[in-house]
Design a protein around this ligand. Structure first.
Ligand code: FAD
Length: 470
């Protein structure tokens, strides 16, 4: 291993932030070691986050379509069944193939990989308790902290990963629960709720706030919530979980209105706690070398990802900014570019956000509420998928595109899409915002017909002029 020899870069954490930083550093000719305690690379995202959840979202969607949509297309069969172990096994296979793929990329790029728990003992030294029970010292001129985040617990709710599960447990339930209560209406709760709802669970989402997914454009959110309700998801908003009793066969939750008032109870077979995520720095030794953290435990960095301790950097979920895998990756590349003496840049205002339910909701830039707060005069262009020929052809026409542009210059400020595959459609808009495009730029760009992307072009037309098809 890397023991005595000094590295140019040592990365603690092998998630999307850390492993991407390590590969990029090696590509830039820096001698690099990555330390990961999990035993597999890819972090939260690959092992218990983005990837396994998308695998199950796809599998459960196929079942749901087979049951409820295929007949409309004239595809009939006598019986559709769920083989849950097979469904979970396909997810596990996807995960293990991908984690091994990153190990392969490490070898290809000559990134040294140390499996173990890293602790900072100085600004240039990490002591590692290795997975095989030993220990080793890894030295580096630059150290990047990419230790990510962990499930946020709720007071009075103890996660046992059996009846009261985090997203991790919800990715591996051994049976389809009859009643699943989801605490927290963020994107993780809605995605996992969708998975089990499609497989037959009765889903109730309890949320303290008055709205689901707080970061979403209000108008889109309303339609999104209605769509989920049509699918059978029940929402209890402005509601607080004050107690959870799992001593019986199922789980009994005690609820209270967020503003206070009479308590009520709710029964569940399984409770999913998805009330957010919190930066993970346990046992890292930050206090030992004096790395500053903020009130909520995030490592404080400047625009070059440098902490207050020279030579020590931090990226990804453990620092402020959207807690998303692609943001962590961008951080990782930019951070390493700075270390290598180049320039790097990540614009947190242009990080797309996607909720991978059905329909998906994807957005980039500002919501209408944010634009109002800015006080700029703006125009809104909207186009419903009901008027999009491809969406009608495939009988999947729920949702809309909404574009916000500055009134005076027509510069695009934000784009919001609710539709199947919105997470793919959004990137045209991300690029447009990145290039400072106007809505007219999109409207005058030739889009292939018939595609869902044409809805974006028409919404752009609607922003400064009139659309054709509505
Ligand atoms: P992490 O991925 O958390 O990786 C940090 C790694 O560091 C971990 O593997 C950990 O074991 C390791 N580590 C920590 N401390 C030490 C130590 N002291 N020594 C050695 N190793 C250590 N984001 C999206 O963009 N799209 C999605 O669809 C999406 N879906 C999600 C679904 C779920 C259910 C969850 C939970 C998250 C999802 N996310 C998604 C969020 C995404 O997973 C995170 O934003 C992303 O993983 C952050 O990357 P990171 O590298 O900063 O940290």
């Amino acid at each position: 291993s890397s023991g005595s020899e000094e590295n140019d870069v040592v990365v603690i954490g092998g998630g999307p932030g850390g492993y991407v930083a390590a590969i990029k550093a090696a590509q830039l000719g820096l001698k690099t070691t990555c330390i990961e305690k999990r035993g597999t690379l890819g972090g939260t995202c690959l092992n218990v986050g983005c990837i396994p959840s998308k695998a199950l979202l796809h599998s459960s969607h196929m079942y749901h379509e087979a049951k409820h949509a295929f007949a409309n297309h004239g595809v009939k069969f006598s019986n559709v069944e769920i083989d849950l172990p097979a469904m979970l096994a396909q997810k596990d296979k996807a995960v293990s193939n991908l984690t091994r793929g990153i190990e392969g990329l490490f070898k290809k790029n000559k990134v040294n990989y140390v499996k173990g728990y890293g602790k900072l003992t100085s600004p240039s030294e990490v002591s590692v308790d290795t997975i095989d029970g030993g220990s080793t010292i890894v030295k580096g001129k630059n150290i990047i902290i990419a230790t990510g985040s962990d499930v946020k617990s709720l007071p009075g709710v103890t996660i046992d990963e059996k009846k009261i599960v985090s997203s991790t447990g919800a990715l591996s339930l051994s049976e389809i629960p009859k009643k699943l209560v989801v605490i927290g209406a963020g994107y993780i709760g809605l995605e996992m709720g969708s998975v089990w709802g499609r497989l037959g669970s009765e889903i109730t989402v309890v949320e303290f706030a008055p709205d689901i997914v707080p970061s979403m454009d209000g108008e889109i959110r309303k339609q999104f919530q209605r769509s989920l309700e049509k699918q059978g998801v029940k929402f209890m908003l402005k509601t607080k979980v004050v107690g959870v009793d799992s001593s019986g066969a199922g789980v009994k939750l005690t609820l209270e209105p967020a503003a206070g008032g009479d308590q009520s109870t709710l029964e569940a077979d399984i409770v999913l706690v998805s009330a957010g995520r919190t930066p993970f720095t346990a046992g890292l030794g930050l206090d030992k070398i004096g790395v500053e953290i903020d009130k909520v435990g995030r490592i404080t960095v400047d625009e070059r990802f440098t902490t207050n301790v020279p030579g020590v950097y931090a990226i990804g979920d453990v620092i402020p900014g959207p807690m998303l895998a692609h943001k962590a990756e961008e951080d990782g590349v930019a951070c390493v570019e700075f270390i290598a003496g180049k320039e790097g840049h990540v614009d947190y205002d242009l990080v797309p956000g996607v909720v991978y339910t059905h329909p998906e909701v994807a957005s980039v830039g500002k919501t209408e509420e944010q634009v109002k707060t800015l006080g700029v005069e703006y125009r809104v262009g909207k186009f419903p998928f009901l008027a999009n020929s491809r969406a009608k052809a495939i009988d999947n026409a729920e949702g809309l595109v909404k574009i916000l542009a500055e009134k005076e210059t027509d510069k695009i400020l934000g784009v919001h899409i609710m539709s199947p595959n919105a997470g793919e459609l959004i990137h045209e808009a991300v690029l447009a915002l990145q290039y400072g495009a106007s809505s007219e730029d999109i409207a005058r760009t030739c889009h292939a017909h018939p595609t869902m992307s044409e809805a974006l072009k028409e919404a752009a037309m609607a922003t400064y002029d009139k659309p054709i098809h509505i």
